[in-house]
Design a protein around this ligand. Structure first.
Ligand code: GUN
Length: 282
């Protein structure tokens, strides 16, 4: 059996470090989550984020707007949060309903409050090798790899999925850690050609059983970002855990792997944004 990345345990350590840092500061971080519509998957993620804020004594508010909210109404709500000194982090839960232009919405967030790291300015800083706010899921994965002292430099890494939220920033971070990185996606003819050669595989496509044992090199490090709810309510990742676990050296469980690390990095980014903003005011 492989070694298991205990994301839940590492995330708890991160939360303790945040509490220690906060104890020495006279600051209360504030996070605003903007949620348009009533997507049930979003509801679960938002609840996790709120609970985490409660545990650490962060101020948190959820601004829930109706599904039919217009672009100008949403932009006005974001501008008001940009101006609010009690809010240090703003997260617009994705996906947004179809009538909304998510690119313009993200660009309207004050980059210093962009705790998701989605603003084009933060994307640019990351891609030029000078990261400021970094997207939480890839950041959490890098944190976990470092925690377990997984070598990255010189390794062959494969990222399956090219989203702005996970795939692209993940590939950037692995590249900056000196891996040789391939990004695979829905138009890649044969994923296995790449995955069979990969020392590190990150799967972020949102489809169960995307990575199987036949596709996995013995001794690989496997990171599963997926959260797929199967009929009968069971949540599974994008990796066929039972069979891949027989070949991998390291693997993340779902749940309890990447998910808790994402939340921990959101808290860390919010704390960092709070500290940065307090320095700029002084
Ligand atoms: N939807 C799925 N993951 C995320 C995330 O990390 N941030 C936001 N804002 N929306 C998401």
């Amino acid at each position: 059996m492989p070694q298991i990345f205990e994301g839940k345990v590492v995330a708890q350590q991160v939360e303790q470090e945040i509490q220690t840092t906060l104890a020495d500061l006279d600051l209360q971080p504030g996070l605003a989550v903007v949620w348009v519509g009533d997507n049930p998957a979003s509801e679960i993620y938002i609840r996790y984020k709120q609970k985490a804020c409660e545990r650490l004594g962060f101020h948190s508010e959820v601004l829930q707007l109706p599904t039919l909210t217009s672009q100008s109404e949403l932009l006005a709500a974001i501008e008001s949060l940009n101006q609010n000194p009690g809010i240090h982090g703003i997260l617009v839960q994705m996906p947004l309903p179809d009538q909304l232009d998510s690119e313009a919405v993200i660009a309207a967030i004050d980059p210093s409050k962009d705790v998701d790291g989605f603003h084009p300015m933060n994307v640019g800083y990351l891609n030029s090798g000078h990261p400021r706010m970094v997207p939480c899921t890839p950041l959490g994965i890098m944190y976990m790899l470092a925690h377990y002292q997984i070598p990255i430099a010189g390794q062959r890494a494969v990222v399956i999925g090219r989203s702005n939220i996970v795939g692209k920033p993940m590939a950037q971070l692995l590249l900056q850690a000196d891996a040789t990185v391939s990004i695979l996606h829905s138009r890649t003819p044969d994923l296995a050609v790449y995955t069979r050669e990969a020392d590190i595989i990150v799967v972020a496509v949102g489809r169960a059983e995307t990575l199987t044992a036949e596709m996995t090199k013995p001794g690989a490090v496997v990171i599963d970002v997926g959260m797929n709810r199967l009929e009968g309510r069971k949540v599974v990742g994008d990796v066929d855990f039972a069979t891949v676990a027989e070949k991998a050296a390291w693997i993340t469980p779902v749940p309890g792997g990447v998910g808790p690390m994402t939340i921990a990095m959101l808290l860390k980014n919010t704390l960092q944004a709070t500290i940065n903003q307090s320095k700029n005011k002084a």
